[in-house]
Design a protein around this ligand. Structure first.
Ligand code: FES
Length: 353
């Protein structure tokens, strides 16, 4: 559910990125309390058209957290252009409560993250919360950015280094600049990470890996870790911005290779209320629900954010792509409604589970 929140600060982070802070009134404090690593969806209506985007919260989680997100300008991105060029203190923005399962509940142990570009945003919240709350935790951050000037949250990361010199380890790599003092250059791909990580930390002793950024970096990092013997269950990932060319190169997420039936109906439960509707040709299950229930949850409609996650109660579906659900979630029966099409004459979804 969306709530109108007032912008209390807009801070320029780089030439193409800002941090936006929202004022949360006391009656909504509980609603907007977040776990470290979660995101919020923002909604804007412009020219009669609704735009939704999800942005990760960069601030530490806590009893009275600050709700602040990092927004980087995306080429042709309507929301990010608005955020960078127009959004000002005092504006009202519709904000959905925090969501997402790319989270780390603070506990003792050794943790690490490999991030690219704006992928630092949720990891900043994860690392800051962990190090502040758990004195027996260590965190290693490997970050890759195009240039030093385009690096988001430089100060905040430097602050973690100052505050926790023995427990926070940082490696920064820039991909498009000549090597600078202390900064290796070049892309962080699978081969490079396979050599770099064992030299940095005892890979087998890391309790959780957090990968976040563009698809290529996350896929390369996951392959490097798997090649180094890291179990799949210790790897958590969140992908930002999947373009269609990249998505086409990735295996489809289909959970059923069954041909679509000529006619199918969808029954869905949302906020305790159920309805049954015919699925129109080519429509996703999310689009089918949205025809009658405008409150159906979604943000990206691209299989990336996971906001539309629903439990498949009965029937089968074909998913076009899935960059949001972990294998355990699909095995447990969850699907992305925005990417799902019926593969049986009747399908039932539960958005409340
Ligand atoms: S709305 Fe983002 S994954 Fe479906």
């Amino acid at each position: 559910m969306f709530h109108p929140l007032r912008v209390s600060e807009v801070e320029r982070l780089t030439d193409d990125a800002v941090a936006v802070t929202f004022a949360v009134p006391p009656e909504l404090r509980e609603t907007f309390r977040h776990l470290p690593g979660q995101h919020i969806a923002l909604r804007r209506t412009s020219g009669g058209e609704e735009i939704r985007r999800t942005y990760s919260i960069c601030t530490p989680a806590g009893a009275d957290p600050v709700l602040r997100v990092g927004i980087r300008l995306v080429d042709g991105g309507e929301f990010s252009t608005y955020a960078l060029k127009e959004l000002a203190v005092g504006d009202l923005v519709e904000v959905m409560e925090p969501a997402g399962r790319f989270v780390l509940t603070p506990r003792a142990g050794r943790f690490a993250a490999i991030v690219g570009g704006s992928g630092i945003t949720p990891v900043l919240s994860i690392a800051a919360t962990l190090l502040a709350r758990e004195p027996d935790a260590r965190f290693c951050l490997v970050r890759s950015d195009r240039t030093v000037a385009s690096t988001m949250f430089l100060e905040e990361v430097a602050d973690l280094k100052d505050r926790y010199p023995d427990r926070f380890q940082l490696v920064s790599v820039v991909s498009r600049e000549e090597q600078q003092a202390g900064l290796p250059s070049g892309r962080l791909d699978r081969a490079r990470l396979s050599g770099l990580l064992p030299a940095l930390l005892p890979v087998a002793d890391v309790d959780g890996w957090f990968l976040c950024g563009p698809l290529g970096l996350v896929v390369g990092a996951e392959r490097a870790l798997r090649g180094l013997g890291v179990p799949r269950a210790r790897i958590h990932q969140e992908i930002f911005h999947v373009d269609d060319a990249a998505a086409g190169a990735t295996p489809a997420a289909s959970s059923a290779a069954v041909r679509a039936p000529a006619h199918s109906t969808l029954t869905a439960t949302l906020d305790g209320r159920s309805g049954t509707w015919p699925v129109q040709d080519g429509d996703s299950l999310l689009e089918t629900v949205l025809r009658s229930r405008a409150d159906a949850p979604y943000a990206c409609k691209g299989g990336v954010c996971g906001t539309c996650r629903a439990f498949l109660v009965s029937g089968e579906v074909r998913m076009d792509r899935n960059f949001a659900l972990e294998p355990e979630e699909t095995e447990a029966g969850y699907v992305l409604a925005c990417q799902s099409h019926p593969a049986t004459a009747e399908v039932e979804l539960d958005f409340d589970r």
